[in-house]
Write a new protein. Sequence first.
Length: 149
Amino acid sequence: MKRLILAAFTALNALAAASFATYAHAQSNAPGPFVTPSGELQFVRDNHDFVATLDNAPLDRFSAKALTHFDDIGNANDAVVRSLVQTDSGPVLYDFRRHPPLVQRTGRRMTVRRVFWQGDEVVMQSAQGWFRFMHGDLTKLQSSTTTYH
């Protein structure tokens, strides 16, 4: 019985470590450049704002004290296919799978802790709870049996 409990505990620790590594890789404060299907993405500090550039052309401008973004990495050559950027006015989604890239603001001020990418939806955890951002609509999630990974 002790061996079974020890094996279960070891497996649980390995799963937790793998999950932590996934989150650490997905959240970044690096300014880039990053390869995307639409071109090379980079974040540049401009006074109190940041400018997101795509192939050195301005894509978006946002206010933020520090740069924090959560990236969805595609299978091909580690390209960033989507990025959720934390701004002072709330998260902004950049979707590089579209040409030109789609820039969508959530319209709600929140600090994002974790992000899960599921198909076309982005599920994020904040201090106010869990939210889904899909097709420009931000929805507060209630308790469900859906599993996100």
